[in-house]
Design a binder for this molecule. Structure first.
Ligand SMILES: [Zn+2]
Length: 188
């Protein structure tokens, strides 16, 4: 039987992964993560990919802590439970180039199976019911990093490094869990 994810309403404030203080992280920059998802096809004019009846876009976002100056990152996996989307939709919801028309609902995702790199099998989720379907932004982290992820051109996947491979591996690991039918319904 497939692992079933459970959703609990709400989630706590993000904590700096270096000093542990809450709500001190300031977003710097981010770039696309390229997980190897079997059967993925390009959609929305190249802004997103589609597999298992879901469109998706994964990214890694770097934050600096206002309290300790430490660097943290969050891996975001955005999904829509529909196989195709328009460029406009992807631009708004996946690229965040426009203000969201809906207010996201916060959830904690509880994964009964250990996922490497995710403490206690928990992560956070922002969910919106959009005209195109259910849009989920899964947030993994914040994680501390010893690698400096901010280069001369900002945060760029092409700089390479273990963190980018780790981020892709994490998305590959959770992908079958979050696209399984059972995880589509919000529990209590
Ligand atoms: Zn800190």
């Amino acid at each position: 039987m497939a692992t079933q994810l459970r959703l609990r309403r709400g989630y706590p404030a993000f904590k700096c992964a270096v000093c542990g203080k809450e709500e001190t992280l300031s977003h710097q920059d981010g770039d696309t993560v390229n997980p190897n998802i079997p059967g993925a096809e390009t959609v929305a004019g190249g802004l997103a990919l589609s597999a298992n009846g879901h469109c998706y876009y994964a990214s890694l976002n770097v934050y600096l802590c206002k309290a300790c100056g430490g660097q943290c990152y969050i891996v975001d996996l955005c999904t829509l439970n529909a196989p195709e989307i328009s460029e406009d939709w992807a631009d708004t919801y996946f690229m965040m180039n426009n203000r969201y028309p809906e207010t996201p609902s916060p959830f904690t995702v509880i994964c009964p199976e250990a996922v490497s790199g995710i403490a206690a099998g928990l992560w956070t989720l922002d969910r919106m019911e959009t005209a195109a379907g259910t849009f989920d932004r899964h947030n993994f982290g914040p994680f501390a990093t010893n690698e400096n992820l901010i280069g001369p051109n900002g945060v760029a996947n092409c700089m390479g490094g273990a963190i980018w491979q780790k981020a892709a591996a994490l998305v590959e690991k959770v992908w079958p869990l979050i696209t399984a039918k059972a995880s589509q319904t919000a529990g209590a």
